[in-house]
Design a protein around this ligand. Structure first.
Ligand code: GLY
Length: 352
């Protein structure tokens, strides 16, 4: 088992190891004073792992309730958030009890936000079950729900009390979910680590889950410790996300987040090469690795739709849209693009 300590507005550990989910109760009990737990999960994940987590919590002396919502990004909205908050109140949860987010990014984001709001904050344990949430969203304390106007537009920073990453759960991931998670792993490698990039070309992520997860979590930890509240370096983690979120929104969220990030990474690398910012050798490397992992690299929507969605994205500040652009493998920067130049960037990214 690997343990990565995060020092932020709340200090906590990310533990990585096969079988950890069965130890949820034992590992959480010392961190949560109360003995009332609510497991938040979705209709896909709950039938798979709900009883395992519930039994572990009960063995550690917790009274366990649950809140299950329909799987999918469409559920990550203010209505579901209010239902969850109401459930916490109806179950009589107190400030010393705990919310357990069992699932992927949608579950972690929404449960984390509810935990931050309910009674002005109760402990939250993240139990990520998708590759994407293990390597990215469960660590770092970003919580949110979507608004009609855009993804993750209502949220806050609220660090978890503990994150348990159990790679054994990932073996049974549906292929599309696995590939989508690989996009975030590839993103981390392009951002920070030629070594990780090389590792991903040598063997598939699924053959090296534990070491790849530890590498990604370690790099994310470093970013979060430097810039917890996303005022500087943390923005780099949005590589591929401005165009990616726009693609997701245009697809009405039928395109998975990781697929959007893959498309966004390919497009912004094309644009950065075209603008003379990026080493041209990086583009074939990025396209090759994305294709190797079965990820899409072309934007399937017209420029006008992508531009509208990109400009609604929260990564805009004032009239400027912040694109994260690669310069070389392991080196990226934030490029503030004025409103009048966004269309030119999108065209340079191959969007017509
Ligand atoms: N997923 C991006 C971040 O945590 O900042």
């Amino acid at each position: 088992m690997e343990t990565i300590s995060v020092h932020a507005s709340r200090d906590y550990e990310v533990r990585i190891g096969s079988g950890l989910l069965t130890r949820t109760g034992e590992l959480s009990a010392p961190l949560i004073k109360g003995r009332h737990a609510i497991i938040v999960s979705d209709s896909n994940v709950w039938p798979l792992y709900g009883s395992m987590v519930q039994a572990s919590l009960e063995d550690a002396g917790f009274q366990v309730d649950h809140f299950i919502f329909p799987a999918g990004e469409q559920s990550k909205n203010t209505d579901a958030l209010v239902q969850l908050l109401t459930c916490l109140a109806q179950k009589g949860m107190t400030r010393s009890d705990g919310v357990f987010a069992l699932g992927g990014g949608v579950t972690g984001d929404m449960a984390g936000l509810a935990a931050s709001l309910y009674l002005r904050g109760i402990p939250c344990v993240q139990l990520p079950t998708s590759l994407l949430s293990v390597v990215d969203s469960s660590v770092g304390g970003k919580t949110a729900v979507d608004l009609d106007s855009g993804k993750n537009q209502a949220g806050c920073f609220y660090q978890p009390s503990l994150v348990l990453c159990d790679p054994a759960l990932l073996a049974s991931l549906p292929e599309a979910e696995y590939r989508a998670g690989c996009a975030e792993v590839i993103k981390t490698a392009v951002l920070f680590s030629p070594e990780l990039f090389q590792k991903l070309t040598e063997a598939p992520v699924r053959e090296q889950f534990e070491s790849v997860i530890a590498a990604c979590v370690g790099m994310k930890r470093d970013v979060v410790e430097n810039d917890e509240f996303d005022r500087g370096q943390r923005a780099l983690l949005n590589l591929g996300h401005t165009i990616g979120h726009a693609v997701e929104a245009c697809s009405n969220f039928t395109i998975l987040h990781g697929e959007g990030v893959a498309i966004g990474m390919a497009a912004i690398t094309r644009a950065a090469v075209e603008k003379g910012i990026c080493d041209p050798a990086l583009l074939p490397q990025v396209l090759d690795i994305l294709q190797k992992y079965g990820l899409p690299t072309e934007v399937p929507y017209p420029l006008a739709d992508i531009q509208k969605a990109a400009e609604a994205d929260k990564k805009r500040s004032g009239s400027v849209t912040n694109f994260v652009v690669p310069e070389a493998l392991g080196q990226c920067r934030v490029e503030p693009v004025p409103a009048g130049e966004v269309a030119g960037w999108l065209k340079a990214g191959g969007i017509r």
